[in-house]
Design a protein around this ligand. Sequence first.
Ligand code: GCU
Length: 593
Amino acid sequence: MTHDDGETPHDPFAHLHDEDYTAPFGALVDWRDTVFMGGRGVEPLDGPWRFALDLFDEGLRQRWFADDPSPPDTWTTPRDYDGGDWQTVPVPSSFNLLKPEWTYFEGSVWYTRDIAPTLAPGERFMLRVGAANYRARVFLNGAFLGGHRGGSTPFFVELGPHLRDGPNRLQIQVENRRAPDRVPMTHFDWFNYGGLHREVALVRLPPVFVRAFEVALVPGSGFSRVAVRIALSEPVDLEAHLAIDGLGAWTIPIVAGEGQTVIDAAPELWRPDRPRLYDCRLTTGEDTVADRVGFREIRTEGRAILLNGEPIWLKGVCCHEDDVALGRSTDDRDIRRRLTHAQELGANAIRLAHYPHHERVAELADEMGLLLIAEIPVYWAIDFANPDTLADAQAQLSELIRRDHNRASVIAWSIGNENADTDARLAFLSHLAQTARALDTTRLVTAACLIDRKTFSIADRLTAVVDVIGLNEYFGWYEPDFDGLVRLLANSAPDKPVVISETGADAVTGFAGEPGRLFSEAHQAHVHARQLEIVADVPYIAGYFPWLLYDFRSERRQTELQRGYNLKGLIDRNKTDKKAAFHVIAAAYRRLG
Ligand code: GCU
């Protein structure tokens, strides 16, 4: 049913002709309007939500959200949606895997559930969505409260002012269509899961609360100065009290809602082999937050990457966040297994391809002592000339940095993957590098670049913008002749560190074969063995990231051997069976020490 504006006579069919139906629901939450979550209790909304598919966006066209829930026998006009519990899905989940007929669904879906909170006087009440792929819109009791773009970063919507006594109907519309102006665009080598694939929760807050709490070593300070930045929800003047166990306590003035200072402190440095974390606690006004922070410095010097002033060679591995049963969703068990497998490989670093992974990954990597390259999905072709696409990418990057700023394990922000070297792309990614550096002076900026085919060298113009050059190359697979890699590396003279950000080959688990036999384990192992031999001798190569830890879903892979999976995993999709290449790389990493 449509809702009249009070003038024109009611036309129950008007919505059929309105192709501008999303216009009233375009508002996006500001990525700055976050809530610092460390140390906070939440009221989880995990569990069954009422669920409806909405392939034609009927819910926005007909304003499904506006209808008061009532049983059909009370309806005076027919409806196409009842928000009923005849169909529910668990949140978080990738709905694609819950029913065979939903696997390839690309459209809108509606999540509905009731909440009935009671707020204390002055208490604020937020909804936190861990991630929703791709476009989300939040409604409460029929009112549109705000939306979000980007499938892998958290966002917050304030519910408090819109709550009413008794049950409140909370609805989240999520739409996972691929589109030319999105980040990523319409074409990518992973499965397009949809929905609320990370946790959803309610957060109670005082009238003034901490939106951002950033604490990190000041680079180049001789490991003896710690920068602290605090942002509050309101432009008030307050005092903040910071205590860092084992280091001391400080009072930090907050003026107009902002406070920053540099404190003299020489913490024990966080290192992969000794991941020392400090308990930090911040109290300001009625709000208290906490975090467990590792202090370390990452920077480059010439063609070396320095961790705490010492050169480090990144014995890496790439990883998607993908699971046969969980899809894009994950949990502590899946994440701990992922990180443990990387450590069994002998890796000291993981490239979290190609989008922000769950926040627990960096938290657990902090504890387990792994370095991470975190990435936003500026992948392959992007509408680089579109300012709104840039705004989308900048918001995703800003949300990622805001979420993981205090994670010692995260050493670099990766702002692109295999994009063609055009003027528009250079401008777009230069803006993203600027965004990253404006928000975070404590990490490196990198991107996975392609070979410059004209000069057959590492000459992508983006190399002048990033701190560490990522090079994706597949000699031994897409380009069978390894001599090409030798020639490429000899032709190049980068003045900054280069890491092989991707290389590898497909292998069917259990198909032993022999080198030269494509899709055999022996050939995949041979590719990595030859790759490592070649790159280990090149002084400007500072790391190697095999593509990748596990086989993963990709509809682009349709041979009988692949059957919808990319088989470049060093471990099978079952996350148990290791292929021969795993052991070849592990032996090489042991030799590298
Ligand atoms: C590219 C791309 C990956 C892809 C890989 C492959 O380098 O970055 O996302 O999966 O190649 O072809 O397997």
